[in-house]
Design a protein around this ligand. Sequence first.
Ligand SMILES: Nc1ncnc2c1ncn2[C@@H]1O[C@H](COP(=O)(O)OP(=O)(O)OP(=O)(O)O)[C@@H](O)[C@H]1O
Length: 259
Amino acid sequence: MAEAAERIDDPRFVLQTRDLTRQFDGFFALRKVNFRLARDSVHAVIGPNGAGKTTLFNLLTKHLAPSEGAILHDGEDVTRLKMPAMAKRGVVRSFQISAVFAGLTVQENVEVALLRGSGLAWNLLGRISKQSGVAERAAALLRRFGLAEHAETMAGNLSYGRKRVLELATTLALEPKVLLLDEPMAGLGREDIGRVTALIQQARRGRTVLLVEHNMNVVAELADRITVMVRGEIAAEGSYAEVAANPAVITAYTGRAHG
Ligand SMILES: Nc1ncnc2c1ncn2[C@@H]1O[C@H](COP(=O)(O)OP(=O)(O)OP(=O)(O)O)[C@@H](O)[C@H]1O
């Protein structure tokens, strides 16, 4: 499997794409996209419906294979690597809520994630968690994420917003270097959005975060840099103020030319 890795030494960028393209039956969902994710930044990908955001995300997270182009991680060509290999390299997407085990307690869910992160079979959960300090580490994570008082609650009984927090806690238990989040605020009310935003602010320390997000208040608050996708291509990039003032972006969102 070991292929000669192409090194592109620009250490500022943890992930880069080269002419990344994905077609579906001749339709270009993504066309020759050159995307760069700066190390230790929070970077948001936005754009109108059908712009190709999810396609880009799924290519970076290895849920989809590209039609053409390349993906580089730490300067190495990882285009052909599968999801587990990316996870080993520290590039992890948040699990979907469906991956939270409803029949386990909140504490047990985090313990499972910690064991998974250390490559141990989770059917040994009971025995190992007592022996290896996993229970203490899980409890510490729950305290950090404000879930301590729910430690013994069955995950299935948590509110939707708390499930999202738990989902993030189980992802962060893997200590990813690059955290990829697909619409982390989707379906959340205002209070939970505040909670998850604070959690991402905390989680960003020492790592890189990429999020696809529709909520512009959240994007404005969290993102150092924003990529605006339109019809499968990058239409603009920059800070929130820069992209918000960009005529191409205004046109894409309003359907009208600006000015
Ligand atoms: N599996 C697929 N088969 C066919 N077409 C697809 C497939 N996945 C995406 N597309 C098309 O590719 C385009 C980009 O879709 P994508 O989901 O990446 O957009 P998006 O920016 O994430 O949109 P949204 O904000 O609505 O989620 C759309 O026109 C979509 O219909």
